[in-house]
Ligand binder design. Structure first.
Ligand code: IPM
Ligand code: MG
Length: 355
């Protein structure tokens, strides 16, 4: 029996994971899967005073995969750093050793006009970001805001050891082999020592183990330009935690479909799956959110954690078919738009039809 732990979290997290639940229940008919649901993020702060309780963390460690909705919202924004909903997310990633964050950024042909970039530039764009997720400046010690003499000083540390770089680089190269065989690694080796190490280690891994894959190095500032100039020439993009965070939002926007983008955070044992969009408090509770990113994240869960790539492919095809039939949610269309739950139903109908 495979266990899925669902953590809807905050804002539209609940609505979009509800639609995933319909899909999970469908596949229960033919696969040995079970699920349970728990509190996370702001919802957990309200009930338990902390964003991730020990109990929920233990359940996550025990599960075969975790499906997340979204965390955060204005209600919890002013809490102390360590008690914010986001802290729950960072702890979960760290404790589950989910060191590689996979974020596909693909332009859906049916939605090409939704991009802010010209059609001929974005056409054919299919970028797969592999972001380091449990190290770098997000976790470097010491970290503080403190008074030094008369002045307040804030500090964080951007630190990587070679093993942390090597393991995420291998993930990127492995994924590239299954795609278009190219990795673009982002760094700031012209200024930062730690980024020189990043570049050296990526090159060594390439040289020793993945010579068949094409490797390109770009400085992050240049990369930020190149991805909007020539997005369709990228395949896999490899980056550290902070640069990966930034570039993946840029790529999400250029596809024109933030509400469509899934993500997977994997390590050697555990997997966390979540839509790239946030909790969208402004539209929460209205049943108008786009559940596609969450449903595609569930698709990734089937592929990477439950070893059911055929279910992943079926979910992807059903989403494409639903879009090709003209169905839209409010964020991606203006006419005949569906509610969140109606979109879930349409996708489910297609899953049923195609299976
Ligand atoms: C993301 C988010 C998170 C991050 C926040 C919510 C902590 O921006 O998943 O990209 O910075 O990693
Ligand atoms: Mg981000």
């Amino acid at each position: 029996m495979k266990k899925i732990l669902i953590l809807p979290g905050d804002g539209i997290g609940q609505e979009v994971t509800n639609e995933c639940l319909k899909v999970i229940n469908f596949f229960k008919k033919n696969h040995k899967i079970e699920h349970s649901e728990d509190l996370f993020g702001g919802a957990s702060i309200d009930a338990n005073g902390e964003p991730l309780t020990r109990d929920v963390l233990d359940k996550a460690l025990e599960a075969d995969a975790v499906l997340l909705g979204a965390v955060g919202g204005p209600k919890w924004e002013n809490l102390e750093h360590n008690l914010k909903p986001e802290k729950g997310l960072l702890t979960l990633r760290k404790e589950l050793e989910a060191y590689a964050n996979l974020r596909p950024g693909k332009v859906f042909p049916a939605l090409i006009d939704a991009s802010t970039l010209k059609k001929n530039i974005v056409e054919g764009t299919d970028i797969f970001v592999v972001r380091e997720l449990t190290g770098g400046i997000y976790f470097g010690e010491p970290r503080y805001i403190k008074k030094i003499g008369e002045k307040r000083v804030g500090s964080n540390n951007l630190i990587y050891n070679e093993d942390e770089i090597a393991r995420v680089a291998r993930k990127a190269f492995d994924i590239a082999r299954l795609r278009n065989n190219k990795v673009t690694s982002l760094d700031k080796a012209n200024v930062l020592e730690v980024m020189q190490l990043w570049r050296d280690v990526v090159s060594e891994i390439h040289q020793n183990e993945y010579k068949d894959v094409e490797l390109e190095h770009l400085y992050i500032d240049n990369a930020a330009m190149q991805v909007i100039k020539r997005p369709s020439t990228f395949d896999v993009i490899l980056a550290g935690n902070l640069f990966g965070d930034i570039i993946s939002d840029e790529i999400a926007e250029l596809t024109g479909s933030l509400g469509m983008l899934p993500s997977a955070s994997i390590g050697d044992k555990h997997g966390i799956y979540e839509p790239v969009h946030g909790s969208a408090p402004d539209i929460a509770g209205q049943n108008i959110a786009n559940p596609i990113a969450a449903i595609l994240s569930l698709g990734m869960l089937f592929k990477y954690s439950l070893d059911l790539p055929e279910v992943h492919d079926l979910i992807e095809k059903s989403v494409s078919l639903t879009l090709d039939s003209g169905f839209r949610t409010k964020d991606i269309g203006t006419e005949n738009t569906l509610t969140c739950s109606e979109m879930g139903d349409e996708i489910l109908k297609n899953i049923d039809k195609l299976s």
